[in-house]
Design a protein around this ligand. Structure first.
Ligand code: DON
Length: 578
């Protein structure tokens, strides 16, 4: 009884502070925030604020990450979710680290040929944009597991901010009003149109956006944790929508879903420790492999985004992405040689034929991998004790499958699209049909999400990661290089222009104004195909000031609504330091 009273009064306080929060909507900005009381940095400042409040009330970084994640499911619906999945990397003040894998899984009725139509032809629409594209969601199980293992605060207080944001609403920014308006306009699903418009009329910026069905789904999670999603009303509503739309996820599939704690992938780079996500993410393996390839070179002396630097980056990326395509998949189903791929010896072998003057050529198939949208989301949390949490989670495409579960108010992912198309379907139009990442019952699809943590001599240095499909891996790599090799502060490291190469297509992509015209010309003269333009990622990160030990939250200025918030009273705008 005592416990219930305490929870109720805590919920009341949260509701009150969220009411204040909606009134201060104009407070967003992209400035870095510095605090000794902990920091949250995410793609949506209201969600950062929900997490920071948990820190201020005595919760630890895992608690704050859970509260931020649930709040993002309300305030950042393109990628924040309860109907998707992702990964959490945790580093404890002792230096030990762990990860929570809450990647979606294939349902029991899945099979490698499930996206062939009645004529036996592969259908991209079935694979990416139908009820057959939906994986069994993992986010709620992941947050529940992280909380049971490492949380301190009362569970209900971590979900309630999201319940209040969905129930009472929050004021729409221009960017979000435009985004949900475009989504509702093109949606073919009535429940999606209802959830994201006023009966077909778009919301305007400045209007209050309420999501009552989502509030009820979140309230069930608040009250019954895992059971509030994977059993009972929500599970029934998901299974019903699957039957209605020709999907295959059943209540049994939902009941079988468990998040997994996994040992991180770890590597070293110039004395720094790199802690990242193991399979079914390819991110940790690829980042460690690329850092190993670059370590023998004096990268810092080349100059940031000089032709020479971009050449070496692209050559390391090309090789790591080739390994990714050949070896990486869910290690519960495929034999993934993580130790070999992340060893210094393997990197030496891979880098043996990097020519300082000439681009290599990506053989052998000319396969162009499917283009990806940038809609995933990454956030970082550090608490006053130095507990660090790095989370990347997603619905896969922006708004996932586009399917809102009727009566439940949340979007389902289209993550099954991250499985390979079908056995032997590798062809020149962009399909990959290699064995390890084919859909099998209960298998998790390969991911590029790379939540990562950097430490040195036992001290936390930074919490990093990004959305962006396969570019995630390279964005995260460059955040590390920017700090280690170019001495950038976390704000500079996040803001600096990025490049991307993914083996196939054989092309270097450089963000708008990311390199000089001379550097682009020099790269082309070396044989690189170069494409300049666009933006890459949203790397909402945290660095630690080595002098004061304060956490500095650096939201990515590329995202209009991103923001960092301080957990303690000592939060100030940051200046200098890493
Ligand atoms: O897990 C992955 O790698 C992707 N589903 C992430 C999706 C993303 O970043 C947006 N683009 N596809």
């Amino acid at each position: 009884m005592q416990r219930i009273t305490t929870v109720r009064s805590a919920l009341g306080a949260v509701a009150l502070s969220l009411a204040l929060l909606t009134a201060t909507v104009s407070a967003q900005n992209h400035e870095a925030v510095r605090s000794s009381g902990g920091v949250v940095s995410s793609q949506q400042w209201i969600a950062s604020e929900a997490g920071a409040r948990v820190l201020a009330e005595g919760g630890n970084a895992v608690d704050a990450a859970i509260a931020t994640g649930f709040a993002l499911a309300v305030t950042h619906p393109t990628a924040g979710n309860i109907g998707g999945g992702g990964f959490m990397v945790i580093r404890f003040p002792s230096g030990q680290a762990t990860t929570i894998d809450f990647r979606e899984k294939a349902p029991l009725a899945a099979h490698p040929e499930m996206w062939l139509d009645e004529n036996g032809e592969y259908s991209s629409q079935m694979h990416h944009r139908s009820h057959l594209a939906v994986g069994v969601p993992g986010t709620v199980a992941g947050f529940d597991k992280a909380h049971r293992l490492y949380g301190d605060a009362e569970w209900a207080t971590l979900v309630q901010p999201a319940v209040s944001l969905a129930e009472d609403g929050f004021v729409l920014s221009e960017a979000l009003a435009g985004s949900i308006g475009r989504f509702a306009e093109r949606s073919q699903y009535e429940a999606s149109v209802q959830a994201y418009s006023k009966n077909g009329t778009p919301y305007a910026a400045g209007e209050t956006f309420r999501q009552p069905d989502l509030a009820r789904s979140l309230a069930r999670i608040r009250d019954d944790r895992w059971y509030g999603f994977y059993a009972g009303e929500t599970a029934r509503l998901i299974a019903e929508e699957m039957r209605r739309g020709g999907g295959i996820i059943t209540e049994q599939d939902l009941g079988l879903y468990r998040a997994q704690e996994r040992t991180p992938v770890q590597g070293t780079y110039r004395g720094y420790d790199i802690i990242s996500m193991p399979p079914p993410s390819s991110g940790g393996v690829a980042i460690v492999s690329m850092l190993n390839m670059l370590e023998p070179y004096d990268v810092g002396a080349m100059g940031h985004n000089s032709a020479e630097y971009i050449h070496y980056l692209a050559e390391a990326m090309r090789r790591a992405f080739r390994d990714r395509a050949i070896y990486l998949a869910d290690a519960d189903f495929a034999d993934v040689p993580v130790h070999r791929l992340t060893s210094k010896e393997h990197a030496t072998w891979l880098a043996r034929n990097i020519d300082p003057e000439r681009a290599s050529v990506s053989h052998p198939t000319d396969v162009q991998m499917r283009p990806e949208s940038p809609e995933t989301t990454h956030y970082s949390v550090v608490d006053a004790d130095g507990l660090a949490v790095s989370v990347t989670y997603t619905l896969e495409s922006g708004y996932g499958s586009g399917i809102v579960v009727p009566g439940a108010g949340f979007l389902l992912n289209n993550e099954m699209g991250d499985f390979n198309a079908g056995p032997g379907l590798t062809n020149e139009s962009g399909l990959i049909g290699t064995e390890p990442n084919l859909a099998r019952p209960q298998q998790r699809m390969l991911s590029s999400m790379s939540p990562s943590i950097v430490a040195k001599d036992g001290e936390l240095v930074a919490v990093v990661g990004s959305p962006g499909g396969r570019t995630i891996i390279n964005t995260t790599l460059q955040l590390i290089l920017n700090m280690v090799d170019f001495g950038m502060s976390i704000e500079q490291a996040v803001a600096a222009p990025r490049i991307h190469h993914q083996w196939l297509p054989d092309r270097v992509r450089i963000e708008t104004d990311g390199a000089s015209a001379e550097a682009v010309q020099a790269l082309e003269a070396m044989g690189h195909t170069v494409q300049v333009g666009g933006q890459q990622g949203s790397a909402n990160s945290i660095g630690i000031d080595p002098l004061t030990g304060e956490a500095i939250g650096a939201p990515d200025p590329r995202s209009p609504d991103s923001g960092a918030r301080a957990g303690g009273r000592s939060g100030t705008r940051a200046g200098g330091g890493r």
